[in-house]
Design a protein around this ligand. Structure first.
Ligand code: AMP
Length: 479
C-alpha cells in the first residue's frame, strides 16, 4: 500500500517522498483516513511506530484546507507532549512534513529562555507543540491564546499522567474551546482507568485505533546478557565498541553521576562519548543528542529519564551498562533500538549484584534472555554480591544483608524512588515538583519492600509498567 491512497495532498506526498518513506506504517494507514474525516481518535501506539506522522500529516492537511491568511494567525492546533525531547521531535516532524504548506509552527518547552518563544508566538503560529508546564507559563503571562484551537493532540498521554501532569492537563483543557468545537486525538501506549477517564472527558465518539504491539517488532531486537564482574564492565564496553566497530551506541547507567563518569572514562579510552541526564541544562542535552545523532559522538551515556522519548533513527546498539532498578525500564531502554522495522541489538552487562534485577526483568518478559560469557571476561566466582549503589553518596540503599537465594535484596523501586526523591523535578518548568516529596531516607524506610506503592512517583501505584507489559503481550513498548 502506498501513501497515495490515503487521501493526502500533493504537498504532503512530496514531503513524505523526500523523507524516503515508501509506504505507510500500520498506525498511519488507520489514523490518517480517520483524522482526515474529522473523527476524534484514541490511538494505542507508542513512539517508534510512525505515530507522529500518523497524526501530523492529516492535521496539516486539514489546517491547510482552510488557511487563515488575514489578520493575526490564531493557534489552531495544539500538540501537548510529556517531555522536551518529544516536543522537539514532534516540532521537527511538523516542520518537515509541512515544509511545502503555508503553515507556521512553534515549539515551547521549559528549561530554555521564554522570551524567544514569546517573540515567535507573537508572530502568530498555526500549530503549537508544547510541554504542559511551559504552556501554562505562557498562558499565565498571556503570551499564548488557546481559545481558537480546533485540533488538540495529547501525545503519550499515559506518560503525562505518570509524570504527574494531570492537573496541568486539566488547566490546559479549561483554556480551550469546548470539546465539540475541536477535533481531539489522544495517543497512549496503555489504557489505564485514568486514561479512560481522560478520554471519556475529551473525545467525542472516538475511532479506536490500536496498532501491532511492539512485541511484533521486538523480534528484531537481538537481546543478550554478558555476565561480567562490575569492575570490568567499562573495559568490556570499550573493547566491544572498538573491536566491533560500533559507530553509534546508547548506553544506560542507573545514576547521573555514573553516566558522567562512564562518559569520561570512555573518552579516556579514545571513544567520543557524552552523557545526557536530568542535571544537564536543556542546551547541553540538545547538543549531546544532536552530536550523537549526527555521528560526531559515538557513545551517548544516558539515565532512564533522559532517554525517554528519544527517537534516533536506526539506532543499532543499546547497552545496559547497569541494569535498571525497575524491570519495566529495561523494556523502555531496549525499545530505543529496532525502531520502525530496523534491526537492533540490546546488550546487558550483568554483574553478580544484578542477578536479582535480571531475574525480575526476565519475569516481566516471561522469557529468559540468552547469556553469553565473553572470553577473557569470565566472572570471578569468588566475588560476592553486594548491595547496589544508586545514590550520589555511593551507599547502597538496600538492606545490608548478603544476597542469598532467598532474595535478601532491596526493593529496586524503593531505591529508584530515593533517587527521584532527591532530584524530584521531572517537570519542564524548572523548580516545579509534581508530587509531594519527602526526604529520601524517610520514603525508603517507610515503603514496604517490593511494594507497588514504592514505585517512583511518575508511576502510579497501580503499576502501569506491569500493566503495559501485560497489554503488550509480554512486554514491549517504548516511549
Ligand atoms: P514516531 O513513532 O513517530 O516517533 O516515528 C518513528 C520513526 O519512524 C521516525 O524516525 C520516523 O521518521 C520514522 N517513520 C515514520 N513514518 C515512516 C514510514 N512510513 N516509513 C518509514 N519510516 C517512518
Amino acid at each position: 500500500m502506498s501513501f497515495d491512497t490515503l487521501g493526502l495532498s500533493a504537498e504532503l506526498l512530496r514531503a513524505i517522498g523526500e523523507q524516503g518513506y515508501s509506504e505507510p506504517t500500520p498506525i498511519q494507514r488507520q489514523a490518517i483516513p480517520a483524522i482526515l474525516q474529522g473523527k476524534d481518535v484514541m490511538g494505542g501506539a507508542q513512539t517508534g511506530t510512525g505515530k507522529t506522522a500518523g497524526f501530523t500529516l492529516p492535521l496539516l492537511q486539514r489546517l491547510s484546507i482552510n488557511p487563515i491568511n488575514n489578520g493575526r494567525r490564531p493557534i489552531r492546533a495544539l500538540v501537548v507532549t510529556p517531555t522536551r525531547e518529544l516536543a522537539a521531535q514532534v516540532g521537527n516532524s511538523v516542520a518537515t512534513y509541512g515544509r511545502h504548506l503555508p503553515l507556521t509552527s512553534a515549539v515551547v518547552f521549559g528549561g530554555v529562555k521564554i522570551n524567544p518563544q514569546i517573540a515567535k508566538l507573537r508572530l502568530g503560529v498555526d500549530i503549537l507543540v508544547a510541554t504542559p508546564g511551559r504552556l501554562l507559563d505562557h498562558a499565565g503571562q498571556k503570551t499564548v491564546d488557546l481559545s481558537k484551537v480546533e485540533f488538540l493532540v495529547l501525545d503519550e498521554a499515559d506518560r503525562m499522567l505518570d509524570m504527574g501532569f494531570i492537573h496541568d492537563i486539566r488547566k490546559i483543557l479549561a483554556l480551550l474551546p469546548g470539546n465539540e468545537a475541536r477535533q481531539n486525538l489522544l495517543f497512549s501506549a496503555t489504557f489505564s482507568n485514568e486514561i479512560k477517564q481522560l478520554a471519556d472527558r475529551l473525545l467525542n465518539r472516538p475511532e479506536l485505533i490500536e496498532v501491532a504491539r511492539r512485541n511484533a517488532t521486538v523480534e528484531q531486537i537481538e537481546q543478550v546478557v554478558h555476565p561480567v564482574d562490575k569492575h570490568r564492565k567499562r573495559e568490556m564496553l570499550s573493547h566491544m565498541i572498538g573491536s566491533r566497530n560500533w559507530r553509534q551506541v546508547l548506553v544506560f547507567t542507573r545514576t547521573k553521576h555514573g553516566a558522567n563518569r562512564l562518559a569520561q572514562q570512555l573518552e579516556k579510552d579514545g571513544l567520543s562519548a557524552t552523557a545526557i541526564h536530568g542535571n544537564k541544562s536543556q542546551g547541553a542535552r540538545t547538543r549531546a543528542l544532536a552530536e550523537f545523532k549526527s555521528g560526531k559522538v559515538r557513545v551517548l551515556v544516558a539515565t532512564d529519564i533522559a532517554a525517554r522519548g528519544l527517537d534516533i533513527d536506526q539506532l543499532p546498539h543499546v547497552v545496559n551498562f547497569e541494569m535498571s532498578s525497575v524491570p519495566e525500564d529495561y523494556v523502555h531502554r531496549i525499545g530505543r533500538t529496532g525502531r520502525a522495522g530496523n534491526e537492533g541489538q540490546a546488550i546487558s552487562l550483568v554483574c553478580i549484584d544484578e542477578h536479582k534485577l535480571l531475574r525480575d526483568i526476565e519475569g516481566l518478559l516471561k522469557r529468559e534472555i540468552p547469556k553469553v560469557v565473553l572470553e577473557g571476561y569470565e566472572p570471578d566466582p569468588r566475588i560476592q554480591a553486594e548491595p547496589i549503589q544508586t545514590g550520589r553518596n555511593g551507599r547502597g540503599r538496600s538492606q545490608s544483608r548478603k544476597q542469598s537465594s532467598g532474595g535478601s535484596r532491596r526493593s529496586g523501586s524503593s531505591a529508584k524512588k530515593s533517587v527521584a526523591a532527591r532530584h524530584p523535578s521531572r517537570s519542564d518548568r524548572s523548580g516545579k515538583k509534581h508530587s509531594p516529596q519527602k526526604p529520601a531516607h524517610r520514603q525508603v524506610r517507610r515503603k514496604p519492600r517490593n511494594s507497588q506503592a514504592s514505585s517512583q512517583h511518575r508511576r502510579p501505584p497501580s503499576g502501569p509498567g506491569r500493566e503495559r507489559a501485560a497489554l503488550l503481550g509480554g512486554g514491549f513498548w517504548d516511549e
